[in-house]
Structure formats: structure tokens, C-alpha cells
Design a protein around this ligand. Structure first.
Ligand code: GLY
Ligand code: MN
Length: 442
């Protein structure tokens, strides 16, 4: 990513955020939007902090993710201000001197101690909408997170600017490069831990810089949806790999899952191929006006069809969905918004004034219930799994006699399949950030 492109795209991004901030402040009846980067957190009885996690509102404005104790102040009609904490500290690397394409757009004040920020914040704390965690407070500036303001900002977060899409394209390229390295390690018989190391080395990010903890499951571990154990030794035979791993760029995430069969012409590869085809079909439906929960329910029908075609169930796809059987094999949501957060906020919001769009009944893990629109980015991540706990429950239901248990049993050693891409809705064909990045590597 050239910094020339970023400096070209950044002013329009900033203008979008400023107009959203103006509207949010008007709704809440405040004069200033004040955003705390956040602070370090410590484990109980310890003096070594957890890795710093910046407030997503903060990194929305700036590609700055390592600046605890810093603040942004946005006042309608004025240049935004950054109050930047650069402590005198010889124990740690202090946040870098502000540099880059965004600096010229901010008034920047450097402070040396967290409490000094108060002197530069707007004079009347009561006129500020202050976004952040409680612990970020300095003096009378205590985060109040007014709901009218956050509702507006969280709702509009779903629409990405061109600058944000550029960031997410880079994150996708980084993640895909590392996925390729992980697959190569799997094909050489590596352990989960060694695959993880191959991933980290290729993505060139520390574990803490990744947008979420890597999920790397060989064989039956693929059935644990958020498996993060990293067996140090390889299994005697590696049948399959499910890898769900991302990358970050300037605070923006990608979220990518791939599933591999060790036998490239075997029965598990057939299942992977079927889910992959279905997944691409779902991706093609990321269109303006499409209801995401409807797409999720539609995915249940298609996946149930695969279960039937491949001989796991005897009943029709329709009755598998109606009776809940499909949920035993696909027990999570089809996907979620993504951007500054892997599960970007606002997925259930009814409008810019708040409200909740409920999940369809019986689908408690769906994370996105809104209608898709151009400029929004979401994951599409269908899966079919063989999860002991859910299969044991299924065995107790009247539908149990319509399940081909011998076939199900023979697939337990593969764990499951999940294929996940990050997809941008546009006015026309959707843009698949993940597949484009894979294609660019070939
Ligand atoms: N990739 C992890 C998740 O979406 O939950
Ligand atoms: Mn995901």
C-alpha cells in the first residue's frame, strides 16, 4: 500500500467521520466529541500489563493503535485535535513521534503524563460526549458514552470509506500470504503449534497484533469452533486442517477461514468442495437490499442439501432445517460485520437512533441481522461440523432415525469444514477481499 494512496484517500475519510461526529453531537446535545484511546490493564496482583487494546473509536480517526492515555477531540467546524501521551519512560518503547499522511490534518499536543491531558481537553467537561472505558477518566473528564451519540456512530460504522476499504484490502493480503504458509506447513505434517508459527512468521505480526487468536485445528479439533489450544506434537495422521486466522493493518482486520483435506481426492475433500461452492454462492448474494438473516436461513437450506446429497441425513433439506437438524451441523451464524473490530459493532442495530433487530428464532449465535448495503463489509462463513456434544443431543431427538450415523461417525476424525471470506457489498458485483487476495498470490 503506497502512502501516496493513503494520503489521497484520508481527507475524504476524515470528512466522513467529521460529518458523522457533527450529526451524533447534535443528536446528543453536546459540543465536543472526545475519544479516549484507553489505558493499560493489569492482571490481579500483578504489575505487568495485558497487551494494550485501543478504543476502536480512536483508531477510526487515526492509524494509531499504540497510544494509551491519548485523546482525540472533535469540535464541529474545527480541525480535530490529538492529545498524544508520550511519557518519559526508559522501560518501554514510548509511542512514536506522530508521523505520516494524517498528521497535517490534526492539531497535535504532546503530553508527558496522562493527567496533563485534562489541561488540553475542552473547558466544559459537561458539554463533551466522551467515548471510552471508565478507567480512561482524567480529572472531571469521565467517559459518559451517551447512547444517542454511540447509537448514531455505531450504526454508521457499517459503511466503510474508500480509505477503510483500502486498509482492509491490505489486511486481507497479509492474512492470505500467511494462510498459504500455514497450508504448506500442514502438507508437510506439521503440528498445530508449528502451523501457528509458520502463520506468524509469514504474517509478520505478533500474536497480540493479530485481530483475534488463531484457530488452528487438526483432525477432530476442527469441531471446536474456537479451538485455540495449539498441540505441540503432530497427530499420527493429519486428516484435515481447519484454520481461522486473520491479520491487522493500521487497526483494520481481516478474518479468513480455510479447511484442507490431506487427501486431495478423498471423501472429506468432497465435503470441503461442496461447502466451498455453497459459500461462493452466498458471497455472490451480498447485494444491496438483501436481508442478512434471510441469507443465513437460506444457507441452512443449502447446507442441509449438502448433508443429504453426501449421505449424512435421509430427510429432506427442508425438514432438516425445520426440525433443527441443520443446526446440529451448522451451529453458528453465517457471519458478521468486520472492520475496526473483527466482529464490528452495530450488527443488530435497527436504525441510527438505536433499537435492536432480533435474530431469527432458533438462531442465537447470528451476529448480523441488518439489511446489506453498498459499502458494508461482512464475513460469509458457513460450516458443517461433527461436534460430539451436538450429535449426542441429536441422538435423543425423534429425528435421530433419519441420520446416517455410520457416515457421521466416519467423519468425526475430520472435525469439520468452515470457509470464510470477507466481502464488500457494492452497487454491482460484490468485492471478495479474501478471494481477490488469494488470486493475487497465484
Ligand atoms: N474468526 C473468528 C470469529 O469470527 O468468531
Ligand atoms: Mn468470522
Amino acid at each position: 500500500m503506497s502512502s501516496a494512496l493513503l494520503s489521497q484517500l484520508y481527507p475524504a475519510h476524515l470528512a466522513t467521520l467529521q460529518s458523522r461526529a457533527d450529526a451524533a453531537l447534535a443528536r446528543g446535545g453536546f459540543d465536543h466529541l472526545v475519544i479516549a484511546a484507553g489505558q493499560l490493564h493489569y492482571p490481579f496482583l500483578d504489575d505487568l500489563p495485558y497487551p494494550f487494546q485501543v478504543n476502536p473509536h480512536f483508531k477510526h480517526w487515526l492509524p494509531v493503535t499504540r497510544a494509551p492515555g491519548s485523546w482525540i477531540v472533535v469540535t464541529p467546524g474545527k480541525r480535530p485535535m490529538l492529545i498524544y501521551l508520550q511519557p518519559h519512560d526508559y522501560w518501554h518503547v514510548v509511542p512514536e513521534v506522530p508521523a505520516g499522511y494524517w498528521v497535517e490534518h490534526f492539531d497535535i499536543v504532546i503530553v508527558r503524563e496522562a493527567a496533563q491531558a485534562a489541561a488540553h481537553l475542552p473547558a466544559r467537561a459537561d458539554r463533551c460526549a466522551i467515548l471510552g472505558e471508565d478507567g480512561a477518566a482524567v480529572g472531571s473528564y469521565r467517559p459518559n458514552n451517551p447512547q444517542a451519540v454511540t447509537d448514531y456512530l455505531h450504526y454508521h460504522r457499517a459503511w466503510k470509506t474508500e480509505y477503510e476499504l483500502a486498509m482492509m484490502r491490505v489486511a486481507s493480503h497479509l492474512g492470505v500470504r500467511a494462510h498459504r504458509a500455514a497450508e504448506a506447513a500442514f502438507r508437510c505434517g506439521a503440528s498445530e503449534y508449528a502451523i501457528h508459527m509458520a502463520y506468524l512468521s509469514a504474517v509478520r505480526e505478533t500474536e497480540h497484533e493479530l485481530p483475534y487468536g488463531n484457530i488452528i485445528g487438526l483432525n477432530e479439533h476442527g469441531a471446536v469452533l474456537h479451538y485455540m489450544h495449539f498441540e505441540r506434537n503432530p497427530p499420527l495422521v493429519s486428516h484435515s486442517l481447519l484454520i481461522d486466522a486473520g491479520a491487522s493493518f493500521h487497526g483494520y482486520a481481516c478474518d479468513i477461514t480455510r479447511t484442507y483435506a490431506s487427501q486431495q481426492a478423498g471423501e472429506f475433500q468432497q465435503l470441503v468442495d461442496a461447502v466451498d461452492r455453497a459459500q461462493q454462492e452466498f458471497c455472490s448474494q451480498v447485494r444491496v437490499g438483501k436481508s442478512y438473516p434471510e441469507l443465513h436461513v437460506q444457507a441452512h437450506h443449502v447446507l442441509a442439501g449438502i448433508l443429504r446429497e453426501q449421505g449424512f441425513i435421509r430427510m429432506s433439506a427442508e425438514s432438516a432445517v425445520e426440525s433443527g437438524v441443520s443446526r446440529a451441523f451448522f451451529p453458528h451464524g453465517l457471519g458478521h460485520y468486520i472492520g475496526l473490530q473483527v466482529h464490528d459493532i452495530g450488527g443488530f442495530q435497527a436504525s441510527e437512533s438505536g433499537g435492536v433487530l432480533p435474530r431469527p428464532e432458533g438462531h442465537p449465535y447470528l451476529r448480523l441481522t441488518r439489511t446489506i448495503d453498498a459499502g458494508q463489509v461482512m464475513t460469509i462463513e458457513p460450516g458443517i461440523y461433527f461436534i460430539d456434544l451436538l450429535l449426542a443431543e441429536l441422538k435423543q431427538t425423534p429425528q435421530a432415525s433419519d441420520i446416517r450415523w455410520d457416515k457421521v461417525e466416519s467423519f468425526r476424525k475430520y472435525g469439520g469444514v468452515r470457509i470464510e471470506d470477507d466481502v464488500v457489498c457494492t452497487a454491482g458485483e460484490p468485492e471478495n477481499l479474501t478471494r481477490d487476495a488469494f488470486a493475487a498470490l497465484n
